[in-house]
Structure formats: C-alpha cells, structure tokens
Design a protein around this ligand. Structure first.
Ligand code: FKS
Ligand code: ZN
Length: 351
C-alpha cells in the first residue's frame, strides 16, 4: 500500500513558453505531466489519493532563506505594481551579478524587479507566472504531507509534486524549480524525529539545489545519479569531487554517468549508491524520482526502458527504509504513466 498526496493547484503554474536554444519554445514542464501520473496511480490502486494539509512555512525556511520565500510569494503583485503587462504568462530574468569581477563581489537586492529576479534565480530557462507561487507552495505542502505520513509510521508515501523542486537553491529558482520539495520532505522527516535522512536523486539532471541546501550538514546525506555535468545541465554542480564541506564533509555523493547510459551500468551505480546509504545508517529515505532517465525522454540521454523502471523500483524498495518518493522531472508525457506505475510497482513488490 502506498498513498499518494496530490494537489490540483499544480495547474496554476501553467507556463506556455520557455527559453531554449535561442528561441522561445513550447514549455515542457506543463500541467499535463502531473495529470498523467495522477490518473496512472489512481488506476493502479496503490492506495488512497489524498490532499495536502497546510503549508508549514517554518520548515520551508529551514531550507530556503525567508527573503527568497517572500520574493516568490510577492512576485506577481510586484510585477503588477511595477506596471508590467498583466496578460503576460511567462516572465524570465535576464541579468545576474557576474560570479567574478566587481559586480560579483556584491550581491545587492535592488528596488527594481529585474535586479531582484536576477538576485533570486540562476537560469533563464524557468518561466514564472501569476500562479507560480500558488502551485509551488502547494507542491511543497504535498511533500510535507507525504513526509509527515512517513514520520508518523507509514512505510512509504508518494508526493506527486509539481512544479518539481530539486534544482531550487536556498535562495534561487531555476531548472523549472522554485521550492525544493525533496529537501523540504527531508527536513520534515528530521523535524518528525528521524536522526539521519538520505536523499537519493535519480532524476537525469543533478539535484544542485538539494546538494547546496545540505552541503554542510551531516544529518542529511545527499546522493545523486545523473548525467555528467560536463555534458549536461546544470553544468556547474554535480561533479564527482563534490563531497560536502565542514560538518557535511563526506555526506555528499555524486555519481555522474555519461549521456547514453543504459540500465546495466545505471543499476551498478545505483547499487553502490544504495550501499553508501546503508553504511550511512539512514532512518528514512527521500527519493527524487525523475522519469527523464527514460530512453525516449525528449530532453535527456539515458536509455532506461519501461521494464527497467520496474527494476529501478525494486532496488529502491529493497533498501527497506521508510521512504518518501518525490516526483521530479520526466517529459515524455505519454510515457509517464507506465514509467511511474512500473517504478512504484517494483518498489512495493520488494518491501
Ligand atoms: C535548454 C536546456 C535547459 C533545463 C533542464 C531542467 C531539468 C529539470 C528537471 C526537474 F526535475 F527539475 F524537473 N534544460 N536547451 O528535470 O531536473
Ligand atoms: Zn531532470
């Protein structure tokens, strides 16, 4: 049995276009993604589908800065107050303080909204619109509710989050992510009594936000399998030599894999990730489940087949830990149903 937490408010974040390859192209992180997965888990009868309960803002501010959360919450109102077009569906930042050089020395929170958008973001590929906060905060509350269920004794829960979260930094949005749902789930488990939490990220893209949030902490072990950032987004984090800092030294593990990786090699890396999690002695597990490792995903280059997702779920289930599964990426929209169901079936069959 596995209950699913879901909020229909995800559809309030409804991007039309995104910037990619020098063009405005149709957005890929769209409401239909979550709708497909919802219908699939409903038909699979894994367990009840329940609504999230209220947002615990205090917990969110344990992983994001309060001023960042305030920026997200007030963004659309500021947009309108700045006299910008109310009919715009998608907004994009276009100026950042350079990392080196004079402006990089000072991160300044400007009065002007364009400065603020650059201050609180790290890419131009993440549309933000009028309903983004409503959807992102609902998505975070989905993660919190699922984590509370597991902290309260349920063996596993599925947080059907949208928008996704694993790229969201302590104080910056990007990679279609605004609030880091997996980090919020991990923090909720900690607050609910788990001493040690592992976050295992199997999305095609490195979870740079989750890594950054927990980088100097030894109570949350972040482990990620992803496309080598030498070749793939998010480029600047996710390399194998990033192992944690300070108290967190040794509590971050990146296993970059070449684009084109198939199940055989993937499963080998996954086995070593799970062995490290077992050695860590986790009390609970959060899975960042990206279905973009599928062979026909339109933006990704791993080669997992429908059947391989059953194997993936089986290996995750066999870890035999209280688990919150958090939905992240996956853009082969019509294949999300079978890939999600196969993963969760494999998982439940191996508990
Ligand atoms: C431009 C390529 C930009 C952005 C990829 C974002 C991936 C998001 C994700 C998440 F789980 F967060 F949704 N690529 N030509 O799948 O990691
Ligand atoms: Zn991804």
């Amino acid at each position: 049995m596995m209950r699913t937490v879901f909020s229909p408010d995800h559809s309030l974040h409804d991007p039309q276009v995104e910037m990619a390859d020098g063009k405005l192209v149709p957005a890929v992180e769209i409401p239909r993604r979550a709708q497909m997965v919802l219908e699939a888990v409903r038909e699979a009868k894994f367990g009840d589908i329940i609504a999230p309960d209220g947002l615990d803002l205090g917990c969110i501010e344990q992983v994001h800065s309060p001023d960042y959360v305030q920026f997200l919450e007030s963004f659309w109102q500021r947009w309108l107050e700045a006299g910008r077009d109310a009919d715009v569906t998608d907004t994009f930042p276009f100026i950042w303080p350079a990392q080196g050089g004079p402006s990089g020395l000072r991160k300044i929170r400007t009065r002007h909204l364009d400065g603020l958008m650059g201050y609180y973001s790290f890419d131009a590929g993440t549309p933000m619109g009028p309903g983004t906060w409503a959807a992102a905060s609902a998505s975070a509350s989905v993660a919190q509710t699922a984590a509370r269920m597991v902290a309260g004794g349920e063996r596993q829960a599925f947080a059907l989050c949208r928008p996704p979260g694993h790229h969201a930094m302590p104080d910056a949005y990007g990679g279609y992510c605004f609030l880091n749902n997996a980090a919020i789930a991990a923090q909720t488990l900690r607050n609910g009594g788990a001493q040690k939490v592992a976050v295992l990220d199997v999305d095609y893209h490195h979870g740079n936000g989750t890594q950054a949030i927990f980088y100097d902490r030894d109570d949350v072990f972040f482990v990620s399998l992803h496309a080598d950032p030498m070749d793939e987004y998010p480029y600047f984090l996710g390399h194998g030599d990033e192992t944690g800092a300070g108290a967190g030294q040794g509590f971050n593990l990146n296993l970059p894999l070449p684009p084109g990786t198939r199940w055989e090699d993937y499963a080998q890396a996954l086995a070593s990730a799970l062995a490290r999690i077992e050695a860590f002695g986790a009390d609970a597990l959060v899975i960042s489940l990206g279905l973009d490792i599928y062979e026909r995903d339109p933006i990704s280059q791993f080669k997992l087949t429908h059947d391989d997702f059953t194997g993936l779920g089986a290996m995750l289930g066999a870890a035999n830990l209280p688990t919150v599964v958090v939905f992240e990426g996956g853009y082969a929209v019509d294949a999300l149903a079978v890939n999600a169901v196969n993963t969760l079936t494999g998982f439940l069959d191996n508990r």
